[in-house]
Design a protein around this ligand. Sequence first.
Ligand code: IVH
Length: 690
Amino acid sequence: MSKAGGEDLDKKTAAKELIRLAAEIERHNRAYYVEDAPIISDAEYDALFQRLAAIEARFPDLVTPDSPTQRVGAAPAAGFAKVRHRAPMLSLGNAFDEADVRDFVSRVRRFLGLEENVPVALVAEPKIDGLSASLVYERGRLTQGATRGDGSVGEDVTANLRTVADLPKTLAKDAPEVLEVRGEVYMTKGDFQSLNQRQEAAGQKVFANPRNAAAGSVRQLDVSITAGRPLRFFAYGWGEVSAPLADTHWAAMQRLRGWGFSSNPLAQRCTDAEGALAAYTGVADRRARLDYDIDGVVYKIDRLDWQARLGFVSRAPRWAVAHKFPAERATTLLEDITIQVGRTGSLTPVANLAPVTVGGVVVSRATLHNEDEIARKDIRKGDTVVIQRAGDVIPQVVEVDQSKRRKGARRFKFPTTCPVCGSDAVREEGEAVRRCVGGLVCPAQAVERLKHFVSRDAFDIEGLGGKHVAAFRADGLIRSPADIFRLRDKASEIEARDGWGAQSVAKLVAAIEERRRIALERFIYALGIRQVGQATARLLARIYGTLAYWRRAMDAAQDPDSDAYRELVAIDGIGPSVAADMIAFIAEDHNRDVLDALEDELDVADFVPPEAASPVADKTVVFTGTLERMTRSEAKARAEALGAKVAGSVSAKTDIVVAGPGAGSKLKKAQELGVEVMDEEAWLAMIDGG
Ligand code: IVH
């Protein structure tokens, strides 16, 4: 595993890692913004984002315009027409404590070059936990409603937003001709609960929280469904306007209210950072009693001319910041600690809790992250624990209430075998995660491993994609990789499946047969050993040459005092960490069984070194005169080894004459015939590659 900020990556690996991270972030963006069903916690998302940003900071020329750092949220979902925002809809930077807020104001002062005695007024508004929307009014009528989407392009949800009860249908005459109002669509906690009751009674999906309910309701292709959902709207700003609204944010918001938009009644105008912090405390105190979810307070520089000068940095304005509330906490009983095995074999401990409500959501499981975390917090089964949830999907255990520990509670012993398949679970030096090494046999990982096994750079079996492998595995046709090569015995079973026929099965069987003979490097790569990618697999194939020799060497390398181990770690590009992964793989009985079974089915070809591109291959060479660096016979042998023909006399067929001191008639003849002549040094430089 490489370092969190990618400090140990070279540019090529960094480029690859950026692509991987961007894809993963994009997947989570979709889950969060489009499907309203987040998969990971905010903290985990932030970690991915920060890693990507850190790598980009080290390699600025790898930043692409569609990098997540250059965009906000997710591209619009299919199904709605797309809308390009006339002014981008941005995101907000975060402040997590008072110092961050004071820093924000100081940065603004520095940026604007303000003297200490010039007051910087701010507006502090609750940060509404809903979904942002843009509403374009032209000549007083709502002409377009859109979601934020990725910040540049959102979804056209005009018809849906027209159903929001507290939006003005028309605006008074003094409104600018074009007015784009921005704000948050939300659902009250009370409405959310009754909606869920109705949904449940009707056997429909219930929503996890008011935010998801609001987002899911806006994104209904059938507007009549949206109309039946109790949506509301708080305006908090504006986008495109044909005439300025006011000189300050505060005054502009008053004008919006005058035209009939709701804005949050807890907003306050403050004269400085300390006033803003006091407003924060006031809002935080009232939070639990509010009938809608808020997740912090947003501070905005009040003067609009200053906002304009401050501008934006990539995704967020310099003139605003979100001060987040700390995570909500609760105390409960930790009933058990169980271990989950992920698709990559990582063992993650999970706290099974007596159900408890945290921030309005019933929680019965929390992540314990990893082995060290449990040890560090000394978390034991039966403990009373404090858990927290910060707008998070996965709550976490913060600490143990030691005073409530039962007598005889034992320290948790992290398993050293995989709870799913029984293979060893090993933890490498410097790594936090323990992993199951039964990659090819562990049911928790098997599908992913099998997909890798048949992937393009591995076995690349035509007509047998990842999807087929997953389906075949689910139905027991394939359990381990060698089963793929026994599929020909199951032809009738495959033929009976949907979408298969005699012909396609025959084709598949033929494609599988074609791959029974495979290059050693592909074979090693296909095994899916951690950290053994294509380049490493090729390196191993080149160095060990044959499958038998590689396996013997890996077996022997399990002893760290062996020559085999020393040779392995000495290979440029391997090192102790990769070696440890290979040894862990080979040491696992299950994996050895898989290798044995594959060897029975396959013919793994020995490594064939690529033809050395020799500059003298097929050339006819004549040596004449005295050679100073080697004997005549050595010169001849080397030339022949490189594919040259060595002749004793010069003719029209001669390509090169290597002439040393004392060369006579042969040199003369070469010159007459126009044959290329060089001295011994030039010859050596050429055959040694310069
Ligand atoms: S101002 C240019 N004010 O928070 C910045 N945003 O994290 C515009 N939000 O996308 C945002 N309440 O959906 C602003 N009072 C408020 C807000 C608020 C909620 C949301 C909004 C935005 C997100 C940024």
